[in-house]
Ligand binder design. Structure first.
Ligand code: X8Z
Ligand code: ZN
Length: 437
C-alpha cells in the first residue's frame, strides 16, 4: 500500500510538473490538496461528480452496447466457428479489428461483406485532406489555418527515417499565429476523420486566443475532444461528402439508414466501455485499490466485465498490457473521450437545429457544410475558453443543460430496434459470462 501511495505521489508530481509549474513548493501544495492523481484529473475536467455521471451514462447506453456486441459476436461466430468464438462468452479481442477493441470499424467487411469494396476513384494527398477539413470549417465562418500552421506542422512521418511520435495531437504554441498538428496522417476515411478531430482542437485554440492565458483551454477537456468529432460526423456523411465534392466514397458502400448507423456504432458505441475502462483502471491504480501485483489481471477483469472481450492468449502479471495504450504510457487522461462521445451528439443536435435546411432531417444526415448560423454559435461557445465554469457553459449553450445520453440514444434508436430484431431472429445471445471476475 505504501509503495502505491508513493507511486501515486510521484505520478501526481510528474503530471503537475508537466502541465503547470516547476515551483517545488507549489507542487508540494498540490500533492497535499488532492489525494491522488485520479482526483486531480477528475477535478481538472470540471464535470460534476465525474464517477457518478460516468456510471449514469453507462447505465443508459449499456443496453445498446450489449445488442451491438451480440450482433457482432454472432457474425464472428459464423465466420470463425465455436472453437474460437463462444456463443455466450467474451469475444477474443483480436477479432475486433484492432489491438484493444476500442473501435470495431476494422471488421466492417465481415459485417457488411457484399457492400464494401476498396474501389476508389482518386487517391487523395495528405494536403488535400487538411484542405478539405479547413474548407469545411471555413464554410461555417470558422477559421482558416495560418501560414505558420502549414509551414511548421508535421503531417506525415519524416522521409529520412527519423523515429517520431505519430499519434495525432494539436498544439497551441501560445505565440502569435503558431498552431500546429503533428500526425502521421493515414490516407483513408479513418485518417480524414482524424484530420477533422485535430483541426477541431486548432479551431478551439484560435477562438479563445484573445482570452488571458489562464482561460486558454476548453470549458472541459471533453468539449475540446468533441468539436472535431462532431464536425467529422457531419462532414463525412455521404450526402455531405457529395456536397463538398469529396470523392472518397467507395462506389458500392450501402447508404441506407441502418448501414450508416451501424458504421457509426462500430466506432462510437464500441468505444464507450473501452474509454470507461482505461480510466477506471487508472483511478484504481492511483488510489491503491489495484496493487502493483495485480495490475494486468485487474485490467483484463475490467475489460471482460465492461467490454465483453478477452485476451487472445493467456496473460499474466509478467505482462503489462495497459502500457501498450498511448495515453497510459504518456500519462494522458482518457475519460474525457468517454464524455466527449456523449457531448458530440448533444452538440450535433443543437447545431443542426439552428440550420433550417437540416433541422428536420435524421441527425445522421445533417450536413453543417456552409452553415454560418451553426458556425457562429460554435464560435461564441469556443471563444469563452475556460473563462466560464463548464456547468454554466452547459446550461447556457446546450439544450439539455448538462451531459446526457439522450441525443446519442435518439441518434441510434433505429439501429437499436434493428439489432434487437436481428438478434432475436438469429438467436444471438445477448450478454456474456464472466470467466475472470
Ligand atoms: O488520442 C486521440 C486523438 C488525439 S486527442 C487522436 N483520440 C483517442 C485515441 O486515439 O485513443 C481520439 C479518440 C480517442
Ligand atoms: Zn483530441
Amino acid at each position: 500500500m505504501k509503495k502505491v501511495n508513493f507511486l501515486s505521489s510521484v505520478l501526481l508530481l510528474m503530471q503537475f510538473t508537466m502541465t503547470h509549474f516547476s515551483d517545488a513548493h507549489l507542487q508540494a501544495t498540490f500533492v497535499d490538496r488532492y489525494k491522488d492523481v485520479g482526483e486531480l484529473w477528475r477535478t481538472q475536467m470540471e464535470i460534476e461528480d465525474v464517477t457518478t455521471t460516468a456510471e449514469r451514462l453507462w447505465k443508459e447506453t449499456s443496453d445498446l452496447y450489449r445488442q451491438l456486441h451480440a450482433f457482432v459476436r454472432h457474425r464472428l461466430l459464423l465466420r470463425y466457428g465455436p472453437s474460437i468464438v463462444q456463443d455466450k462468452g467474451p469475444v477474443p479481442v483480436h477479432l475486433l479489428g484492432g489491438l484493444w477493441g476500442e473501435t470495431w470499424s476494422g471488421i466492417l467487411d465481415i459485417l457488411q461483406p457484399s457492400e464494401i469494396t476498396s474501389s476508389q476513384t482518386n487517391v487523395p494527398t495528405v494536403n488535400e485532406f487538411y484542405k478539405t477539413a479547413e474548407r469545411f470549417f471555413s464554410s461555417m465562418d470558422l477559421f482558416n489555418m495560418t501560414s505558420t500552421f502549414w509551414r511548421k506542422s508535421m503531417l506525415t512521418a519524416p522521409s529520412d527515417g527519423r523515429l517520431v511520435d505519430c499519434h495525432g495531437s494539436a498544439y497551441d504554441i501560445g505565440k502569435e499565429d503558431d498552431y500546429r498538428i503533428r500526425m502521421c496522417t493515414q490516407l483513408n476515411m479513418e485518417g480524414l476523420h482524424r484530420v477533422f478531430h485535430e483541426m477541431g482542437h486548432v479551431q478551439y485554440y484560435m477562438a479563445y486566443r484573445f482570452q488571458p492565458v489562464i482561460f486558454r483551454s476548453g470549458a472541459t477537456s471533453a468539449l475540446h475532444e468533441a468539436l472535431g468529432e462532431t464536425m467529422a460526423e457531419s462532414a463525412l456523411s455521404p450526402d455531405c461528402m457529395r456536397r463538398q465534392n469529396i470523392s472518397l466514397i467507395p462506389e458500392s458502400v450501402s447508404e441506407d439508414d441502418i448501414s450508416l448507423l451501424l458504421r457509426h456504432a462500430l466506432k462510437k458505441i464500441a468505444f464507450l466501455p473501452w474509454a470507461l475502462v482505461v480510466d477506471k483502471w487508472r483511478y484504481d491504480v492511483f488510489s491503491g485499490a489495484i496493487s502493483p501485483g495485480e495490475m494486468n489481471t485487474r485490467w483484463w477483469k475490467l475489460r471482460e466485465k465492461f467490454q465483453g472481450v478477452k485476451p487472445p492468449v493467456l496473460r499474466t502479471e509478467k505482462d503489462f498490457d495497459p502500457g501498450s495504450k498511448y495515453h497510459i504510457a504518456n500519462n494522458i487522461p482518457y475519460l474525457r473521450y468517454y464524455f466527449s462521445t456523449f457531448l458530440q451528439y448533444q452538440l450535433l443536435e443543437d447545431l443542426c437545429s439552428e440550420v433550417p435546411s437540416e433541422a428536420n432531417k435524421a441527425l445522421h444526415r445533417c450536413c453543417l457544410f456552409g452553415s454560418t448560423q451553426a458556425g457562429h454559435k460554435l464560435k461564441t461557445l469556443m471563444s469563452l475558453g475556460s473563462s466560464l465554469p463548464w456547468p454554466r457553459v452547459a446550461s447556457q449553450f446546450f439544450r439539455h443543460g448538462k451531459l446526457t445520453a439522450a441525443p446519442l440514444l435518439a441518434y441510434f434508436r433505429p439501429l437499436k430496434e434493428w439489432l434487437i430484431e436481428e438478434n432475436r431472429k438469429t438467436g444471438a445471445t445477448v450478454g456474456w459470462f464472466l470467466s475472470l471476475n
